[in-house]
Ligand binder design. Structure first.
Ligand SMILES: [Zn+2]
Ligand SMILES: [Zn+2]
Length: 394
């Protein structure tokens, strides 16, 4: 599969650049989904369905009987104004593929290409199927309370899938090195927002009223001690504050403060404890004469990788690219809605290192990846699926 993927490397890169130049936000992937469906038709995939989970696409390669392995790619871009200069720069100003989902979509089309060829030449050996899951909106929930993955699941896209695999490019990981992590590997990314209410008043006469900035002292010191004093040191978690807004004038004590931040964890119990402790930090303002409001917007669930499925991909990576291409986690505290797919059936995602130079951050205007890894990601996903459908693993 390494040679097969290498042969179509230019085509995978061409597709990635085409998608990169025409980025679309979550649940608006009309052109991208069209390109995916047309390419799958050219390849000769079966059972091509569009508008799955609103703007997703699915297809099948295989005999139609036996077990099925799903491979997932996400298609959405981000609301970021691209600052990288190349001839395939975003033609949709303010929208950019700054997380590599263009690469995921191109690689999965590459996988369909090499697997279709393999199926036509080895029909007698194929005892199962590969289902291609091109999902919309990984980056955000839609107005209907669905992200791309949950919308696909609600549309029964996973109903005939027994296992599911995926990769995510990493713009800071060593190029060509695959990071694997069994069990919880990406976090539940929750957002919280809060307000502190007091009376406010004249800066010269603080004793005549209550001061929310003074109360904030206590709140901040409690929030920053949640991890060190309230959570088991063996549990991974983080609570961060991203914004604090209050006040207009130097001689006026304001009456209100608004804050928001994120809470990330790998475990539901720890997650609920973090919610409760963060709220408790705000409850402390009551002893100082204030009141508060506190809300959690729940993010995706933690992504829990199956060790068994990871082992299939580790073995493929080792066989095709050698031991040096394997790195054992951690993957990180980011969130991924692929979590809902691996919650449904056993599955795993590995991170594919694709750094250029010092590396650029995901979700930044300068995000960029080394396209040379696209054939590698294609080969690993395709070979894992090939071994599954031929019964070599399962
Ligand atoms: Zn992202
Ligand atoms: Zn992503």
């Amino acid at each position: 599969m390494r040679q097969e993927a290498e042969k179509i490397k230019d085509e995978i890169i061409r597709l990635r650049r085409d998608i990169h130049a025409h980025p679309e936000l979550g649940f608006e992937e009309i052109r991208t989904a069209g390109l995916v469906a047309d390419t799958l038709t050219e390849i000769g995939a079966d059972d091509i369905k569009t508008k799955v989970g609103r703007t997703g696409v699915t297809a099948i390669i295989g005999p139609g009987t036996g077990p099925t392995i799903g491979i997932r790619a996400d298609m959405d871009a981000l609301p970021i104004l691209e600052e990288v200069e190349y001839d395939y720069k975003s033609t949709n100003p303010g929208v950019m593929h700054a997380c590599g989902h263009d690469a995921h979509t191109a690689m999965l089309l590459g996988v369909a290409h090499v697997l279709r060829q393999n199926y036509m030449e080895n029909k007698d050996k194929w005892k199962g199927n590969v289902k291609f899951l091109f999902q919309p909106s990984e980056e955000k929930w839609g107005d209907d309370g669905h992200s791309g993955a949950t919308a696909m699941i609600a549309d029964e896209a996973m109903a005939d899938v027994d296992y599911v695999i995926a990769t995510h490019v990493g713009s800071t990981g060593d190029t060509g090195v695959c990071t694997f992590q069994d069990g919880p590997a990406l976090a539940a990314p929750d957002i919280w927002n809060a307000k502190i209410f007091a009376t406010g008043g004249h800066g010269a006469y603080p004793h005549r009223g209550t001061d929310p900035i003074f109360m904030l002292n206590t709140v901040l010191s409690h929030i920053y001690s949640i991890r060190s004093r309230m959570i088991n040191p063996l549990d991974k978690s983080v609570v961060s504050i991203g914004s604090i807004h209050t006040g207009e004038a130097g001689n006026v004590i304001p009456a209100e403060i608004s804050l928001n931040g994120t809470i990330r964890s790998f475990d539901q119990e720890v997650r609920e404890q973090l919610w409760a402790e963060t709220e408790r930090a705000f409850k402390l303002v009551e002893t100082l004469g204030g009141t508060y409001e506190f809300n959690i917007s729940e993010g995706y669930i933690p992504m829990v990788n199956s060790a068994k499925v990871n082992d299939w991909m580790r073995a493929v990576t080792r066989d095709l690219y050698g031991e040096g291409a394997i790195h054992e986690g951690p993957i990180g505290m980011a969130g991924e809605d692929f979590a809902f797919m691996v919650d449904k059936v056993p599955g795993a995602m590995f991170s594919l290192g694709a750094r250029i130079g010092e590396g650029t951050g995901h979700h930044t205007p300068l995000f960029d990846i080394d396209e040379n890894v696209l054939s590698q990601g294609t080969a690993i996903l395709a070979e894992t699926a090939r071994r599954f459908v031929t019964g070599e693993v399962g």
